[in-house]
Write a protein that binds this ligand. Sequence first.
Ligand SMILES: [Zn+2]
Length: 198
Amino acid sequence: MAYEKEENYTEETTEALTENFKEILNYIGEDSGREGLLKTPKRAAKAMQFLTQGYVMDGEEILHSAMFQEDYSEMVIVKDIELYSLCEHHLLPFFGKAHVAYIPNGHIVGLSKIPRVIEVFARRLQVQERLTDQILNCIQKTLNPLGVAVVIEAQHLCMMMRGVQKQSSVTTTSAFTGEFRKEETRSEFLNLISTKLH
Ligand SMILES: [Zn+2]
């Protein structure tokens, strides 16, 4: 399936979701017929489809579309990639930054494709741990590099708004393959993502 940047709405799904959001508004004590809310169910229906459009995207396809043969074999790092996802337990956002590195093994990939792969998996209902693994596995499987590293730092609105834990707490998850399982390589990567170069 080709990667398309356009938003993936279908009329049938939009209609069904709109009806359901109307009911939700009424159940929480609102009046879905009042002026300020008239268009809300449809907007929410479209927003929900936008935020979950990763289900119809293919991360491997995106990487394959921009892979090049190259002898470069040093660590390639893309850091501070903005990330927005929805927690699958509460349907509330979690958001933060992702840092990705790989060590090429004959192939490199266009750098802009890494953030797109993150979107493929972030725009679904997620837990941060699985999101981290899915990004890692997609890059490992497609590029077959000597190693992949993924670190995600995120704040979860389900924790912040519901006051379960410290409001500003950040959850960090990480996953590594190949060379990054070695202490030395992993340290180099972790140093580079925590250093401000600019
Ligand atoms: Zn949650």
